[in-house]
Design a protein around this ligand. Structure first.
Ligand SMILES: [Zn+2]
Length: 317
């Protein structure tokens, strides 16, 4: 009996350590039948792009980062490689997704088991159909389905969705998906890799870079709430979906910038300034002036925040 119990313990330990055969998630299956004949727009990322830069580089251990696009246009997502298959966040472009699929297969001899969307914007989620057609399970927050269908985005409809939280177990490793609040879109998902103290925080987080243009698909309060959530996590690598990975110090500086921008514009509006007067009177710190794309983005940032402030106040009457 003692020998049998010893063997059972060793066997259980083996499966716990290797995670063999345990790929699982607690997402909710999405019925695809009603989207079978949906209309889609032309895929602006589909034309062959042999000269488009692409990469798959190690962050630490089994965690990698894929990139596609040149310079400031670069899009990125974390990639987890396990014996049970890979998990890819936001393929971003159809024309490089086939390369990423083949690169993972040739370097690690596994297929992509999961594709996770950070949010329902085409510039990050294009190309997922390449992996779905190859058997991958596509995952998103349930709020991403409406814009993908409604905006006719030519990417994969998610196979599994979730409301607040979802856990994926792959190769014995845990990947935690969490919705904090509406921020950059209503469908934003934060993706934690606890073993690596790594976080995917696309478009809401920045890397010594300015938020994009006039805060597209923007919710101010939830954005601040999301950055505060990021600052409470035990992470030291944050992939922001662009540029190079960031740190919590970068996100603290971003949060402080956003709060300051909001307060300055609220004060100027309450002082009765018109747009033409107001945008000349917003001040930026020397630190922010050094961020990537400050020259192109700072007036657009003022405009986006001015719209938010104007839509979320009422004067005396
Ligand atoms: Zn976006």
């Amino acid at each position: 009996m003692k020998l049998f119990s010893f063997i059972a313990t060793v066997t259980a330990l083996f499966f716990t350590l290797t995670g063999a055969g345990r790929a699982s998630d607690n997402g909710v299956p999405l019925d695809h039948s009603k989207y079978a004949n949906r209309q889609v727009l032309k895929d602006f990322t589909a034309a062959p792009c042999p000269d488009n830069p692409r990469g798959l580089t190690q962050i630490k251990g089994n965690l990698y980062r894929h990139t596609t696009g040149p310079g400031l246009a670069v899009h990125s997502g974390l990639v987890l490689i396990t014996k049970e298959g890979a998990l890819v966040i936001d393929p971003a472009m159809t024309c490089t997704a086939t390369w990423l699929r083949d690169e993972i297969k040739s370097r690690f001899n596994v297929k992509v088991k999961y594709v996770v969307y950070t949010h329902g914007h085409a510039d990050h989620i294009s190309g997922a159909q390449v992996f779905q057609q190859d058997g991958a399970i596509v995952v998103a927050n349930q709020r991403a389905v409406e814009p993908i269908v409604g905006e006719r985005i030519p990417t994969a409809i998610p196979d599994r969705v979730f409301d607040e939280d979802m856990t994926i177990t792959l190769g014995g490793e845990k990947v935690l998906l969490h919705r904090v609040a509406p921020s950059h879109s209503d469908s934003m998902t934060m993706i934690l890799f606890p073993k690596y103290k790594a976080l995917q925080c696309t478009d809401v987080c920045e890397s010594k870079s300015m938020p994009y243009n006039d805060f597209l698909d923007f919710y101010y309060d939830g954005w601040i709430e999301s950055l505060n959530w990021v600052l409470a996590q035990d992470v030291d690598v944050i992939d922001v979906g662009h540029y190079t990975p960031a740190t919590k110090d970068d996100e603290r500086a971003l949060r402080d910038y956003m709060i300051d921008l909001h307060q300055q514009i609220l004060d100027l509006v309450r002082n009765g300034q018109s747009w033409d007067e107001l945008y000349r009177n917003v001040h930026f710190s020397d630190e922010v002036k050094k961020w990537i794309a400050y020259d192109q983005m700072h007036v657009l940032n003022i405009m986006g925040m001015y719209r938010w402030v104007s839509n979320h106040r009422r004067g005396e009457w």
